[in-house]
Write a protein that binds this ligand. Structure first.
Ligand code: ATP
Ligand code: MG
Length: 432
């Protein structure tokens, strides 16, 4: 059987060493990025300036997973982006090799095991579970039954104080028109069992904070799921002030980060009351709003934080008449100078939106400490000098360009901090 590539229109994929089993691919092809635990061989491969994840598996499964990820992507689910399937591989002796599923490496994402250096703390774990819950609810709303929910089968990205989770392993999943309560319950139960298993594993390796009880954390996914699912789908009946109640419900969902695209309203049988139920909800309320205003594409909680800062800016500056104009002014006067003020070699430690979030935190911290309103340029200078250099190595592998990854691998922590602050202030000379 001849080599066969389906999916991406990428003739250059033919140049990868498909006649060698993935395990033995030459190191110069590979990118050393953190990877979760898996049964199949998974490697990150450098390809035309980006990084691809290649997983060896049998052909029908590779094709199925490719199709599933494409469907999920089309529906707007947070998941890795499928790239291609390579099939019909043979080695130098003509022996058959497994097929390969290729996905794009999800930038700035980390497997949960890479999110801590010594032991996973309860607080971090709670945030991971919450992110996984949001992912699971979103998938269920789309009719996707996951079939193997676990921390290892998701990837995590920093999102302000919290994380957002992406599905990475869709092998066991199935698309339905609507999931039954039984199917959802089964997925949650599996999630609980898998998470508890993963935590016991960490515990056995002394990688879990002693105070963490795996069973309590396992239960958290159930309770969080129920809360969020109810908030998003529950039916309510009102006989007066309907308009107000609808507005309240929409606002509450917006607060949770969801937009209501459709709402069902039905009169009760006696015609005296109205039943409302959100029918179509889309995650990303704040992210969408920020994107409309500024063109910045960031994660939900980062967007929430940035919109708050924008509101504050609008309230205190002259640009208060028009939200769009104010947003552009804020972008030019606050956001961009902040991100630019971070020296190049540090910029790849975190996504710009995350850096901005941390600078805001740092500014708040300094202002509290010094009992005065610390201006943004001072906050950035101090952040770059005192916080960023000490970021754990974790962040160093999150870069966008491969050359930068290498550069960071050999990077010595900056010592000339005064030069950095001078440079930072220079970048802010038009501000404050
Ligand atoms: N596109 C990607 N971007 C980043 N990391 C990825 C990507 N694809 C795979 N990985 C990493 O590889 C790991 C294994 O992938 P995956 O879960 O699909 O393999 P698997 O062998 O099917 O797993 P399982 O043992 O659950 O069946 C993931 O946990 C993740 O860390
Ligand atoms: Mg997996």
């Amino acid at each position: 059987m001849a080599l066969q590539i389906s999916g991406a229109v990428e003739p250059a994929l033919l140049e990868l060493p498909w006649s060698i089993q993935l395990e033995d691919w030459p190191a110069d092809r590979l990118a050393a990025l953190p990877r979760g635990i898996s049964r199949h061989v998974v490697r990150f491969v450098r390809y035309e300036g980006k990084v691809l994840a290649v997983k060896e598996t049998i052909a029908p499964i590779a094709h199925r997973e490719f199709f599933m990820l494409r469907e999920l992507g089309r529906l707007g689910a947070p998941c890795v982006v499928p790239f291609a399937v390579v099939d019909g591989r043979t080695d130098a002796n003509g022996e058959e090799l497994p097929a390969a599923l290729i996905t794009e490496h999800l930038q700035f994402s980390l497997p949960y095991r890479a999110l801590f250096s010594r032991a996973l703390r309860e607080e971090t774990l709670g945030r991971l579970i919450d992110a996984l819950t949001v992912l699971l609810v979103r998938l269920h709303l789309l009719g996707f039954y996951w079939g193997d929910v676990s921390l290892s089968n998701a990837l995590f990205r920093r999102d302000a104080e919290s994380f957002s989770a992406y599905l990475v392993d869709a092998e066991t999943g199935d698309m339905h028109h609507d999931l039954t309560p039984g199917q959802r319950a089964y997925d949650i139960d599996l999630a609980r069992t898998n998470i508890i298993g993963e935590l016991f594993d960490l515990q056995a390796g002394d990688e879990l904070d002693e105070t963490v009880d795996p069973l309590t954390i396992g239960d958290r996914i159930q309770s969080r799921y129920d809360e969020l699912w109810d908030a998003l789908t529950q039916t309510e009946t009102f006989d007066t002030n309907i308009r107000l109640h609808v507005a309240d419900r929409v606002r509450a969902l917006n607060e949770l980060g969801f937009d209501v695209a459709e709402i069902d309203m039905t009169e009760t049988a006696d015609g005296n009351a109205l039943t409302i139920r959100p029918k179509v909800v889309d995650a990303g309320h704040h992210a969408r709003r920020l994107w409309r205003l500024t063109g910045l594409d960031v994660q939900e909680n980062q967007a929430r934080r940035m919109l708050n800062d924008l509101d504050e800016y609008r309230a205190t500056s002259a640009e208060d008449e028009d939200e769009v104009i104010a947003a552009h002014a804020w972008l030019a006067a606050v956001f961009e100078p902040t991100v630019r003020a971070v020296p190049r070699e540090f910029r790849r430690k975190l996504e710009p939106a995350q850096i901005f979030h941390e600078v805001l935190d740092h500014r708040w911290f300094l202002s509290e400490e010094q009992r005065r309103d610390v201006p943004m340029h001072e906050a950035v200078a101090s952040y770059v000098k005192t916080v960023l250099p000490n970021r754990p190595d974790e962040a160093a592998v999150l870069g966008q360009e491969i050359e930068d990854l290498e550069l960071l691998a050999h990077h010595e922590p900056a010592t000339d901090t005064d030069a950095i602050s001078a440079w930072t202030i220079q970048n802010f000379k038009n501000l404050d």
